[in-house]
Design a protein. Structure first.
Length: 179
């Protein structure tokens, strides 16, 4: 049995969870999220909690059982608190700014890179080197942060590039002069 799947998801005040045959929908103060339920996992609402139960004992079902519980918990947390990722830009002349729904990045290329901000996400700037991505869908926030980082990942010699705020970049020693 999944240790995560056994734990019920508590439904806080102001959040409604609707179960249908093959989907689960969570509504809260920040918005609405929905996800598909696999046919091998049963979900029920009992005493203000969502409880999950596998309908088979095979390994794929046990794996889905914990996954569905974790995704539902992320949806409940997202519609109540939301999720955020912080990125930092390091490098001389590297900067970013937001104009409308477009994130403009100047990262040492011969041209600025324009990245459209997906629906459901907010991008805020703190100065011109710190980016904060906020939204209610944990997967969407992480995916967009990953796509921005992938444009210019931090390099190991000087550490220039886009990195997560809590990321540690291992630095390499450069070449030494020949004698």
């Amino acid at each position: 049995m999944s240790r995560i799947g056994k734990q019920p998801v508590t439904i806080p005040d102001g959040v409604t969870v609707t179960l249908e045959e093959a989907s689960i929908e969570v509504k809260g103060p920040k918005g609405t999220l929905s996800a598909a339920l696999p046919p091998s996992v049963e979900a029920r609402i009992e005493d203000g909690q969502v409880v999950f139960k596998p309908l088979a004992k095979d390994k794929p079902t046990r794996s889905l059982y914990g996954l569905v519980r974790a995704l539902t918990n992320n949806m409940v947390m997202g519609v109540t608190n939301g999720f955020a990722k912080d990125l930092e830009i390091l490098g001389v002349g590297y900067r970013a700014d937001v104009k409308g729904r477009v994130l403009n990045l100047t990262l040492g290329f011969s041209h600025p890179v324009e990245v459209p901000v997906p629906e459901g996400l907010d991008v805020k700037m703190d100065g011109n080197t710190k980016i904060r991505i906020e939204g209610i869908d944990k997967h969407q926030v992480g995916q967009f942060a990953s796509e921005i980082r992938k444009i210019r990942p931090p390099e190991p010699y000087k550490g220039k590039g886009v990195r997560y705020a809590d990321e540690h970049v291992r630095r390499k020693v450069g070449k030494t002069g020949a004698k």
